[in-house]
Design a protein around this ligand. Sequence first.
Ligand code: ZN
Ligand code: ZN
Length: 477
Amino acid sequence: MTLDRQAQCPSCGAPITFKLGAARAQVCGFCRFVVVRTDRGLMTQGRMADLLELPSPFAVGGGGFWGPKRFEVEGRAQYDRVGAASAPWQEFLLGFPEDGSTWWIASAQGRWYATREVAPPPLPPSDSLRPGALIDLGPHGHFVVQEVGQRRLLSAQGNLTGIPKPEVVTRYADLSGPRGAFGTIDYGDGREPPVLFVGEQFDPAGIRLDSGVPLEAPAASVRTVECPTCGGNLPLLSERSERMVCQYCGTPSDIRQGHLQALGRSPQFRFPPRIAIGAEGQLRGVNLVCCGSMVRSCFVDGERYHWTEYLLWGGATVGYWWLMEENGAWTLVTPLEVGDVSDSGTHLAYRGETYTLSQSVHARVEQVIGEFYWKVANGETVDAAEFAGSMGKVSREHGEGELTYSFCGPLNPGELEPFGITVGGGASGTSGPGGGPMQTVMTVLIVIALVVFVVMVDECDDGGSGGGFYGGGYYSK
Ligand SMILES: [Zn+2]
Ligand SMILES: [Zn+2]
């Protein structure tokens, strides 16, 4: 159903059309006042700040096809988190004229999410929610609370399904359900009932924009940015990355709208990485580019242990994978959906396998090189737990209002040859989200080796509605 309601902006008199039935408000394109639809006609409610220049292939007023279905980009909202490092993100409102439905889409850490407003079952109060808690969403199934946080609306454009309250701090919870299902509860400022959005991750390859702009440039088309300190050309793989540490001089920079802003002095690189920034290779059928490396350490029984983690970018559909290395032992780490893991505290169930708590450690970042999707810095610490099972290991991180899981599995001999790395012949079997043959070497290693597990915190500043993802792995003494 399409509603064409032509009226005038109460503030400036410009024509205003509410063609979306679901739109409760609109930002006037001329005076930027918020125009709200009420029983008594249109009313204004304050002026919206100017839009931030956040890059996106979507543009309000544009359109495209999602599979066979036509959509128009009706609006966008720009947010920032409260109580965490500033990292604004934006969401776009798509309207489908065929059935009158509307969907909000957002991307975070290489994943795309679509959600739509649904009638909520009774929802728990926001201050009772903790990451890891289970919520029954009635017909939508059981979801796990992935993240609880606060945000504020910075700016908006076009049609909006809610009535925007710029700069007002609002509470929200991100939820993860089975098989890629995703949800957000918008608690607003607590004066109105919560609003529930439910949807799922989607493959950006299914969307074709009229403009012809791809949803994300493929990993192959790397552009470069200039290091503000040494002028070195640095590859920039993802527009959504937030931190770059120059591989030549070590200067850490924030990435702001495609430019680097240097932060402080350059650290020395004490640990030369074994996979270079920009190295490309295929692993398990996926083309990956190494965009960053990080050395971490932990202190166990009076000794400090170091290991290296490599961040691999697989493009918009795959997102990020990690490789971990300590003393020549390599592990592949891939993110899990929180909703796919059932967690009793000491045991996890994932895809029919049970994983038992084996270790928890406190890990510290010692060295960073390259491009990262969060504002990583030397000295950053995180507490993590590792669960061992016959297929590999699952790591859990609980902190900063966020819960994340990753799968850590060994690599087959030769698998890292595309990256110039020879994996020792001792590690056999396979792992990863797809599962594989039973792996027994790991069990022996657990007995004879000190097993340490590490993750890294996402500092809650990754932007968007997606949950965090962290690396993890095992290390033998
Ligand atoms: Zn106006
Ligand atoms: Zn530099």
